[in-house]
Design a protein around this ligand. Structure first.
Ligand code: ZN
Length: 162
C-alpha cells in the first residue's frame, strides 16, 4: 500500500466523507502529490470535519484548491511563512466552476462564518474569505489560533449572523 492509500484509509476510518487523500495532498502548481509525515495526519482531521460539515450545509460540491503545502513549495508559491498549510492544518475550499454564482458564493461565505461563530473558539479556527480579491475561495484551518483576515469585509458579515 502506498502512503497515499494509507492516508485515504485513515481519513475514512476517521469518518471523513467528502474529501480524499489525493486532493488534500496535491500540489497543483507542479501537479505533484506529496503525503505529509504520518505523525501529522491527525492535524488535518478537525479541518476536514469542518469541510465535511460545510459540504452538507451547502448541498453542493466543494473542491480543495490547496491542502498540504511542504515548506519549499509554500515558499515557491509565495504562501505566508506562518501558513497552516505547511503544517497540514489548512484547506482552501472552492466552488466548482459551474457553481460560481454570486448567490452560491454568498452562501459559501455565510455558512463558513456560521461555523466560525459556532466552533471557532473550541477548534482554534482560522478563516479567510477572499472575495473579491481572490475569487470564491475560503480558507479554513484548525488547531493554531482563532482568527480571521480581510476584517473590513468579514466583520460586518459575522455581525449580521450573530
Ligand atoms: Zn489557505
Amino acid at each position: 500500500m502506498t502512503d497515499l492509500e494509507r492516508l485515504d484509509c485513515y481519513l475514512k476510518h476517521k469518518g471523513i466523507v467528502y474529501f480524499s487523500a489525493k486532493e488534500i495532498c496535491t500540489l497543483r502548481k507542479i501537479s505533484k502529490v506529496v503525503v505529509p509525515p504520518e505523525a501529522w495526519w491527525p492535524r488535518i482531521i478537525p479541518t476536514l470535519q469542518l469541510a465535511d460539515e460545510l459540504r452538507v450545509h451547502l448541498g453542493f460540491p466543494l473542491f480543495v484548491g490547496n491542502g498540504y503545502r511542504p515548506a519549499d513549495y509554500n515558499k515557491a508559491v509565495k504562501g505566508s511563512k506562518t501558513s497552516q498549510h505547511i503544517f497540514f492544518r489548512a484547506l482552501d475550499l472552492d466552488l466548482p466552476k459551474k457553481m460560481r454564482s454570486v448567490e452560491n458564493q454568498e452562501t459559501l461565505y455565510e455558512e463558513t462564518c456560521k461555523l466560525f461563530l459556532e466552533r471557532g473558539v473550541n477548534l482554534k479556527m482560522g478563516m479567510g474569505l477572499y472575495r473579491p480579491w481572490r475569487g470564491t475561495r475560503v480558507h479554513i484551518d484548525t488547531g493554531h489560533k482563532r482568527r480571521y483576515w480581510k476584517a473590513k469585509y468579514v466583520k460586518p458579515l459575522l455581525n449580521s449572523l450573530r
